[in-house]
Design a protein around this ligand. Sequence first.
Ligand SMILES: NC(=O)C1=CN([C@@H]2O[C@H](COP(=O)(O)OP(=O)(O)OC[C@H]3O[C@@H](n4cnc5c(N)ncnc54)[C@H](O)[C@@H]3O)[C@@H](O)[C@H]2O)[C@@H](O)CC1
Ligand SMILES: Nc1ncnc2c1ncn2[C@@H]1O[C@H](COP(=O)(O)OP(=O)(O)O)[C@@H](O)[C@H]1O
Ligand SMILES: [K+]
Length: 489
Amino acid sequence: MLSKVLLSSAVKAIEQQWAQKSGQSTYVLMQRAGDAAFQLIRQQWPEFSRFCVVAGTGNNGGDGYILAMLLRQAGFMVTLISAGESRQGGDAERAKGEYLKSGGVTEMFFPDASQQYDLIVDALLGTGLHGEVRPKYVPFINFINNSHSPVLSLDVPTGVDADQGSFSQHTVQATATLSFIAYKPGLLSGKARAYCGDLHLASLDVDVSSSQSAMEYRQGIRLSQYRRDLASHKGLFGCVSVVGGSNGMGGALILAAEAAAYMGAGWVMASTDTQHLSALLTRNPAIMARGWDEADSLVEKTTVVVAGTGMGRNEFATRYLEKLVSQAQQRRLPVVLDADGLFWLAQQPREYDYWVLTPHDGEAARLLGVSVSEIQTDRVHWASVIQKKYGGICVLKGLGSITCDGQRSVINGSGDAGMAKAGSGDVLAGMIGGWLARTGRFDIDVVSEAVWIHGRSGEFAALRFYPESMQAGDLIAALPEVWRDQSFD
Ligand SMILES: NC(=O)C1=CN([C@@H]2O[C@H](COP(=O)(O)OP(=O)(O)OC[C@H]3O[C@@H](n4cnc5c(N)ncnc54)[C@H](O)[C@@H]3O)[C@@H](O)[C@H]2O)[C@@H](O)CC1
Ligand SMILES: Nc1ncnc2c1ncn2[C@@H]1O[C@H](COP(=O)(O)OP(=O)(O)O)[C@@H](O)[C@H]1O
Ligand SMILES: [K+]
């Protein structure tokens, strides 16, 4: 469910340790990498027979030479385009030598446009990339991207910085990426994640369990630990107070409140502008609702607060949030702060150990006073900076949302592009609040579980309604499918 995420330098160190411990050459790992790519191709695309491998001068190119040799030996047509002489004396030169010895040839020029390939393999640059791709490599990247064939990138799409997730002006758009030994953080989040296409991992039989890393990748949850006791009663599953929804923004509040209810919370209490009450109660009569003029204090049984969705940014919202947050702080209640709540926080910065802040890149930029593009150059880093400044747990939303508690960072592996619509974030805030209440816990594991559940419900909603048509409310409606699929048993 959680796998280790390692920086490139840590992977390189592990390779060296592995060689020392096993008494084998790192060349064996290159052979395993080439073999893993061969196996993936046979499994994913068994009908493909014409391949083009574009190989660089470093070890990423070495992986490409091994793969090209295996494809040739299996009887397939292989064109190998070499971007230059392999680095002398290393594993890559040896791999190229083996490829040539087996009868393979290298091309220094691009085939003419009439030549069709079933698959292009990008073995140009991997974790050795530093900075912008140098001009020499640009024609190779253009050749790959203009080929109209599926592209498999080895380890990293050329142009992506595997650690930070920044990318060059010229970057390979892969159909699939096969990463070696461990996931690297830059591949899992933001736009760089989209360059990877489908992401696969080949461990190369290298054990990374003893390596120290504060980063993990979530690809599922273990629901069985949360099975309800037969003798359960609602008091065991908390009470979420959801506050927000000013004039014209009632939907945000309704979505957050209903999402909390569908996560299994014992009670959900919504406080909002009175104009929204009948809509809320018509949609879901199980939610307790009241106007927020009279609800200026938290109800006694509240165990979790969700605040800020559709709250507005006027003086009333500021006063209300001041009061609400200080009451919650006095009672040490978890607070999920989203949307206009984050706007308020950026104006009135303060720390609290028990809140979950859920900014997207734009809100993150405002919370830190930096540009949005800066946030996007290293999302894992900036999530931890927000956490350090404001305390609690930060969820930096977007493709590959990052949950950070100051000790660990969990990158999320679920989601769908159909979630890129207004309202999805309101649903997330409600789901996190509901899950905190439902589990009675406040830690990075439960928060990152809620983030994963939200993304998974997006996947189910996309299956049912297509990414174009799915609505934020469909994420809530898809929750029963998540429960069934993951199983509480
Ligand atoms: N034996 C090993 O160490 C193993 C390494 N593996 C592969 O090795 C790769 C890492 O190999 P390397 O460290 O040789 O690095 P790469 O093969 O990724 O790239 C190194 C080359 O890229 C050049 N370069 C760096 N920045 C550039 C830029 N901005 N523009 C153009 N060229 C640039 C460097 O001068 C160097 O020649 C991994 O991604 C993985 O594919 C795997 O084979 C597993 C085993
Ligand atoms: N392409 C995507 N892939 C995965 N998740 C996405 C994608 N786009 C958006 N999301 C998720 O949808 C939610 C959108 O939140 P946000 O932008 O705050 O929307 P709003 O506040 O309008 O409801 C976030 O949880 C985000 O991670
Ligand atoms: K590559």
